[in-house]
Design a protein around this ligand. Structure first.
Ligand SMILES: [Mg+2]
Length: 382
């Protein structure tokens, strides 16, 4: 079975990001419309108030791989602007005629093909879309859901946590675990440190002692700030603090681990491929790896990362894994993936299934992936 064609294209907004669909029907606007979230650009006043003031508006990317026996697979990623030409102009023509069943070998080829311009960042988004399409194609060809094709489910359902600052809505939906986006960072000084502490304290009070609570810091901190905030948060039993540092600053990750030996740490949504994860595992820099299956290099990259993690006793919980069928199948098939993350950006009051039409959603915090072939129904007709 040879690869006949690979075609990438821009996704319509609804197919790319169903959870971000705008709706005025909720009981109030979702948190992320107005909330400030600490971020790497927070030091620049004109971009500080909202992440969307500086993030690209490139649409999502779809990718269809077709084999010479007519079987097809669908994968997806983001950042269509630069990712589509990497796939269509460079990678796709070079893979025509290769064995579509050799997914692991093709991943190795892809990571080497992009070497002249770098294996991480934008290249990894392109690799992810192709790799996910190959997994979909191969599983569909055998009439199996991907989790079955990947060796079988490791549990009957996935326990999910909700990410976002509409905590009351998460509790109403029955999530046993919730994660806040941290509003302030070093640019906000002492007042911001106090406000962050207050948000966590109020949230802990609201959810009680039994719900697990984490804090996402989206690359906004330096080591000193993360240490200071962690020590203030001690009374509130924060399950982990996440993504505190500039992802490429590996020395800072070493320093943070050294200074916070007892604070659980999670990171990896902005790490790509396997090398950073291998380094972090070797030095036990964090407790949870969070690669994004649509960004880090697809199902194959995440499998390799999961095995690296397991060898070091580290868990893998893919970034926003429950927001895509890709992450759902991966999590169900992976022994050391104890939970799934659902980013909740939809208006409180609107049932999750109403927002994610074709994609399974958690019910009282438990999610059962589709058992249809491949990753399940495609989000659009192509
Ligand atoms: Mg995160």
């Amino acid at each position: 079975m040879k690869i006949k064609s690979i075609q990438a294209f821009a996704l319509p907004a609804a197919a790319a990001s169903p959870y971000a669909e705008k709706s005025s029907q909720g009981r109030r606007e979702p948190w992320q419309i107005h909330a400030e979230v600490a971020n790497p650009m927070s030091r620049y006043p004109r971009f500080k108030a909202h992440r969307d003031s500086w993030r690209s508006d490139w649409p999502g990317v779809g990718c269809v791989v077709e084999a010479d026996d007519g079987s097809r697979g669908f994968g997806a990623s983001i950042f269509a602007g630069p990712v589509i030409p990497i796939i269509n102009d460079h990678l796709a023509p070079l893979l025509i005629g290769e064995d579509a069943a050799d997914v692991s070998g093709l991943y190795d080829m892809l990571t080497r093909l992009v070497s002249p311009y770098g294996q991480t960042g934008i290249s990894a988004y392109a690799i992810s879309a192709i790799d996910l399409a190959l997994w979909d194609l191969n599983a569909r060809r055998q009439g199996k859901p991907v989790y079955e094709f990947a060796g079988g489910k490791k549990r009957n359902s996935i326990t999910c946590y909700a990410t976002g600052n509409d905590t009351d809505w998460h509790m109403e939906l029955g999530f046993p675990v919730t994660k806040l986006a941290c509003p302030y960072g070093p640019a906000d000084g002492e007042a911001g440190l106090a406000a962050n502490t207050d948000l966590v304290a109020r949230t802990r009070e609201k959810i009680g002692p039994d719900v697990k609570l984490m804090l996402d810091c989206w690359m906004a901190f330096d080591v000193d700030y993360a240490v200071a905030l962690s020590s203030r948060l001690k009374p509130y039993n924060v399950g982990w603090i996440e993504d505190c540092l500039i992802p490429e600053d590996i020395e800072a990750h070493h320093e943070l681990r050294r200074r916070l030996p007892h604070q659980p740490l999670a990171t990896g949504e902005h790490w790509y491929g396997t090398h950073m994860f291998a380094h972090a595992a070797k030095h036990r820099l964090v407790d949870v790896f969070q690669p994004d299956i649509c960004w880090a290099g697809g199902f194959t990259a995440c499998r390799r990362i999961a095995e690296i993690a397991d060898a070091a006793g580290i868990a893998i919980i893919p970034h926003a894994g429950m927001n895509t069928t890709f992450g759902q199948h991966f999590t169900l098939a992976t022994s050391n993936a104890p939970m799934g993350e659902l980013f909740v950006g939809s208006p409180p009051g609107i049932p999750l299934e109403q927002i994610a039409s074709a994609r399974p959603v958690p019910v009282r915090g438990e999610l059962v992936p589709s058992d249809e072939p491949g990753f399940g129904p495609w989000p659009l007709d192509v």
